[in-house]
Design a protein around this ligand. Sequence first.
Ligand code: UDH
Ligand code: NGS
Length: 318
Amino acid sequence: MSIWTNLRITLLKWNDRLNFVEKFIIFILLVTFLFPLTLPNSYHFGYVEIQPPKLLCPHKQFDLHKNAYGYFNNSEQLAAVNNGGQYSNHCDSKHKQRVAIIVPFRNRTEHLKIFLQHMHSFLIKQNQIDYQIFIIEQADDKPFNRANLLNIGFQESIGLDHKIDCFIFHDVDILPMNIEQTYSCTKLPKHLCSYLDKFRFVLIYPTLFGGAITISAEQFRQVNGYSNLYSGWGGEDDDFYQRVQHQFGLIERYPSDVARCIMIKHGHDGPSNVERQKLLADVLGRMSIDGLSTLNQTYVRKSIESYPLYTKIRAELN
Ligand code: UDH
Ligand code: NGS
């Protein structure tokens, strides 16, 4: 008897012996363990790993030096920044993106100084995008609402420059370490800085979408932006992941040796959001009625101020 006939007989015997429930359990186990093997290496649960777009004309004449803390600071490059924190590169590319870097902010002046020097040095060295840095300051004493501020940054920056087509939402305490981590929009919304020194460069969970992300203006509108309802620390990025996953299926990440960042050390500044699990239970139910569509009711713009390395927008939340 051939090996195949033997196998067939064994399978038929098992088929008789097992009841429906046992067969169902075996089927689920096979699908769970065998299906992932059929996917390409780049697919992971919840995200796809992509190679960073090649830098088209990185500045060769600037050297990026790191100080003792690993931060970049090149004063020669900072001189190339226009008032308001805007930089236009001279790279001859048809597909040059116009990017707003939106930073939620309150009472982190020390972080901001380091962030601006590091970020401008890094982005000018990459020389890949036209960009402007917008600091969105919560000008009240209510619990910090990061996601509300990011929505405000989107709306106000587009109001100032309607040609912006790509957004980078970026915490003030996170700094890219590797020049190959290309800061630009790619096909799908993308998580930057997935691998932080704070967590020994391990991705702490596969759907993590906080800290720093890229998304096109059009994609951001399609998911109705962030929720405005997350007051206090935590959960708003997980809510946003669900919106994006619902709309586009997956997010993107760069490989673990590329998407490495430093997080400036600090503790919790404010209260955690005790409502976050309740909110996370119905993200998709609220998606169309909480976000950009309801943003105007949530804040009053107090001022727009231009500084040499950034534009500050102050908003009071309702
Ligand atoms: N932010 C401010 N001011 C605040 C709170 C937050 O500017 O008072 C901004 C800032 O851009 C910051 C971002 O919102 O980078 C995210 O807030 P966070 O840094 O407090 O949150 P993160 O999740 O870190 O990055 C929390 C530190 C938890 C330490 C736990 C120690 N056990
Ligand atoms: C999760 C939070 C996220 C947060 C992530 C990483 O637990 O908002 O930790 O935070 N989600 C909830 O609380 C539901 S970190 O340790 O980097 O500060 O982004």
